[in-house]
Design a protein around this ligand. Structure first.
Ligand code: GLN
Length: 449
């Protein structure tokens, strides 16, 4: 059914970069036999899932939607993909994304744009736009995304699906092609909270192959879903609604309606001053670009990936390979990152950004003294029209205001669809919790559905 739906929808949506039907059918057979043999006990056996194309799949192309990795076939699976396999899930294909996960619209992909299934003139968001569009269009029952500064939560909001970015260290990053390693996390995208909970149960766990992997006890997220909002203390940062000049009236209305809904169901909702909000975007873009410039140094045309066909010596080969292989947005980040890390500027930019990061974390720590979770928009607007965002990259960066702080502080955040805007596009809001509070977040999100 998933493959049929892919045939029907892909000409309009282009959520996938690669679907290998032969591989899928072979895997279906294997899983059928496994189920008969009692090998899979969980609820996800046999369920088709899409995987973002920056997550390594053994024997299947993993391109990061970049020309430089256009023909890269990993010789191993990411640990997260191994977990899906152990649960008996069927990887149905690899999904489109912003090149190297840098972007908010899936328009920086080297292999074409993805369309929002609700209105194909609009973007699906990004960078996990392909994953979220695939779930929204019914092409897959769930998907893996990655979130460095909102890339699971924002496209989930734009596509009317549910996505969770777990606490940093909860899901192994082994085999996730790095963008900004101190911020990157893999997480599930699905039709609702229960499906996300089932997936997170499978995905989480300590992995010795990832040095920042956390030792956490299994939580049984799915079995503990109750949806009871009674007595849950929810804070709403005043600054988030004061950013009104950029906040779409439909998103603001969704915030107000949701606050009422939460209160009616017994939650205690309060406005408060979060602090440090103005420093979030500069700190995020400095740190993310700095780490990206270092992580992307490995793509040099030597070990794997694209190599320029003609070059005059080694340095010329490096230069041409990278000039031809990377897109404009990726180059912008590499330049910015190299600049803030260079001697003479390191203290003024990178070190300062790290200090801001610590203070941002502190303001969240203080908030979680008083509140169980924070309610926030996932994005200031609903999905923009195709072609509008890339004209003004700085404005696009500013639209990450509600999501990036969560990564800087290492916190979990879940994006849930709550309304439709006046144009018929979904509005999603975010619940953000303290580290390791996924159970609370999933419960509250379940109560909101
Ligand atoms: N839009 C943000 C960026 O471009 C976030 C991307 C992400 O989470 N991968 O960096």
């Amino acid at each position: 059914a998933s493959l049929d739906q892919i045939d029907r929808q892909e000409p309009k949506i282009h959520a996938f970069l690669d679907v290998d039907e032969k591989k899928v059918y072979a895997r279906v057979k294997e899983v059928e036999e496994g189920i008969k043999a009692g090998r899979y006990r969980g609820p996800l056996a046999g369920v088709p899932i899409a995987v973002k194309d920056n997550i390594c799949t053994k024997g299947q192309k993993t391109t990061c939607a970049s020309k430089i990795l256009g023909n890269f076939v990993p010789p191993y699976n990411a640990s997260a993909v191994e977990k899906l396999n152990e649960a008996g899930m069927i990887v149905i294909g690899k999904t489109n994304m912003d090149e190297f996960a840098m972007g908010s619209t899936t328009e920086t992909s080297a292999f074409g744009i993805t369309h929002n299934p609700w209105n194909t003139n609009h973007v699906p968001g990004g960078s996990s736009g392909g994953s979220c569009a695939a779930v929204a269009a019914g092409e897959a029952f769930a998907a893996l995304g990655s979130d460095t500064g909102g890339s699971i939560r924002q496209p989930s909001a734009y596509c009317g699906v549910t996505g969770i970015k777990p606490t940093y260290g909860t899901v192994s990053r082994y085999g996730l092609i790095a963008y900004a390693s101190s911020l990157d996390q893999i997480g599930p995208v699905a039709r609702d909270t229960a499906d996300c909970a089932a997936l997170l149960d499978v995905l989480m766990g300590y992995d010795p192959k990832d040095s920042t992997s956390m030792e956490r006890k299994p939580e049984q997220f799915l079995d503990s879903l109750r949806g009871d909002l009674h007595g849950v203390r929810i804070g709403v940062p005043k600054e988030y609604l004061d950013l009104a000049e950029n906040l779409d009236p439909d998103v603001k209305k969704a915030m107000v309606d949701t606050i009422h809904l939460l209160s009616r169901n017994g939650a205690i909702v309060e406005f408060f001053q979060l602090g440090m909000v103005d420093y979030v975007i500069p700190a995020y873009y400095i740190i993310a670009s700095a780490e990206a410039s270092s992580n992307l140094a490995r793509f040099d045309g030597v070990k794997y990936g694209y190599r320029t066909p003609e070059a005059d010596g080694l340095h010329d080969m490096y230069k041409k390979t990278r000039a031809e292989g990377f897109g404009e947005e990726v180059k912008r980040r590499i330049l910015l990152g190299s600049f803030v890390l260079s001697s003479g500027y390191y203290d003024a930019y990178y070190l300062k950004a790290l200090r801001a990061k610590a203070l941002i974390k502190k303001s969240f720590d203080e908030a979680f003294y008083k509140y169980d979770m924070i309610l926030a928009p996932a994005s200031p607007t609903t999905a923009p029209e195709i072609g509008k965002s890339l004209q003004d990259p700085l404005k696009m960066y500013l639209s990450d205001i509600y999501t990036t702080a969560v990564n800087l502080a290492g916190l979990p955040g879940i994006s849930v669809p709550v309304a439709m805007d006046s144009k018929g596009l979904p509005v999603g809001l975010q619940l953000v919790g303290n580290c390791f509070s996924e159970k609370k977040l999933l419960n509250a999100a379940y109560g909101l559905e």
